[in-house]
Design a protein around this ligand. Structure first.
Ligand SMILES: *Cc1c(COP(=O)(O)O)cnc(C)c1O
Length: 378
């Protein structure tokens, strides 16, 4: 069996695959309206919002674009932080769309510093863009503290948050944390194949339509059609079947238990990494990701060579170092559909692979992780 332990796309459970294998139906027929009207309120629960969530047939990148073009005007200033590769890409998109980006440099080992948010706000700042879980580094930004910084400054900027790799794996509260647009997609914590993008929208964001050009991404026609259970275009019907099943799985387990499971697997992973004598990239324990762990290889050891050995010998895919971290880290995905034995197998493969690639690791990494799982297991 192939182990797909990259931080997205993730392992799709058999239940979800089987749900998606049902025949495609008429997206303008009565059965489809029932599907949508059942699905949308349940999807809101995952964002912990009472407000609208728009579903696109797109990857996460499309949903990024939707968040910008539905809220901003050409030439608007946005404030963003260099937490890693994905934060950088989202900013490049904003600049290409004609926005003025204030991009605060970072070291790719920390999340957004809430104090720096306040420091860099200007009278012209229209929005603050934050990646909740920076998938390139395994670092989580503290959204409630960023919200508090905006509130303390009494600043009206919209808060736009990318939760693409945390949604459905790590606690995330669109309403309580005062987020204006939350960007998500299907293939990471939600246990689905790629192909769905999401925007959760606050009433404030909806009331600020901006003047950027938009057509397919315009929320309003989608929201209007959704009221009666339809879409203004052909939706990704079979992915919606899968989404309904994935939501059922999360409801059965309970969202709090889903988050606790990921927190526990992340801690077990970090214990293994430390026991091997290696370093976790995330430099601040308050910012550890529960969706993935980025591991630094010691100087002189190419992380891509470690990944190559692991893929060849054990048929397991791990995440590569992206951008400026290329060759220096590998990333262990433990998000989405994942359990204790999958973690044990994953860490076993990493430990054997590190040794096979000639890294001078210490004994006992997997044992430390298993001991923690045993201690904390139900
Ligand atoms: C994967 C990812 C994206 C990009 O999503 P695509 O579906 O590849 O377009 C953006 N942001 C984060 C944090 C991601 O993990």
């Amino acid at each position: 069996m192939h182990f797909l332990q990259i931080p997205g796309p993730t392992n799709v459970p058999g239940r979800v695959l089987r749900a998606m294998s049902r025949p495609t139906i008429d997206h303008r027929g009565p059965e489809f309206a029932e599907l949508t009207l059942d699905l949308l309120p349940r999807l809101r629960a995952v964002f912990q919002t009472r407000h609208d969530v728009v579903v696109y047939a797109s990857s996460g990148t499309g949903a990024w674009e939707a968040a910008l073009v539905n809220t901003l005007s050409p030439g608007d200033r946005v404030l963003a932080f260099e937490t890693g590769h994905f934060a950088t890409l989202w900013c490049q998109m904003a600049a290409r769309l004609g926005l003025e980006v204030d991009f605060v440099p970072g070291d790719w080992r920390h999340g957004v510093d809430p104090d720096l948010v306040a420091e860099h706000l200007t009278d012209q700042t229209a929005a603050v863009m934050v990646v909740h879980n920076e998938t390139s580094t395994g670092v989580r930004s503290r959204i409630p503290e960023i919200r508090a910084a905006l509130d303390r400054a009494g600043h009206p900027a919209l808060l736009l948050v990318d939760t693409i790799s945390s949604l459905g794996s790590m606690d995330y509260r669109h309403d309580e944390w005062g987020v204006d647009v939350t960007v998500g997609c299907s293939q990471k914590g939600l246990m689905l194949p790629p192909g769905l993008g999401f925007n959760a929208i606050s009433p404030k964001a909806l009331a600020h339509p901006g003047r950027m050009l938009r057509s397919y991404w315009d929320w309003r026609p989608v929201l209007a059609a959704n009221r009666t259970g339809y879409f203004p275009h052909t939706p990704a019907t079979n992915l919606l079947y899968g989404l309904a099943e994935a939501l059922t799985m999360m409801e059965e387990e309970g969202l709090d238990q889903v988050f606790a499971r990921h927190d526990r697997h992340a801690e077990a992973t970090r214990r293994a990494v430390r026991a091997w004598g290696l370093e976790v990239l995330c430099a601040d324990p308050r910012e550890y990701s529960s969706a993935l762990t980025a591991v630094m290889t010691p100087p002189g050891f190419d992380a891509d060579e470690v990944r190559r050995v692991i893929l060849e010998r054990y048929d397991m895919s791990l995440g590569a170092g992206l951008g400026r971290l290329s060759g220096q880290i590998f990333r262990i995905g433990h998000l989405g559909h994942f359990n204790d034995l999958m973690l044990a197998g994953t860490l076993g493969g990493v430990e054997m692979g590190l040794r096979a690639a000639g890294l001078p690791i210490k004994e006992g990494g997997v044992q430390h992780a298993l001991a923690y799982l045993a201690e904390t297991g139900s």
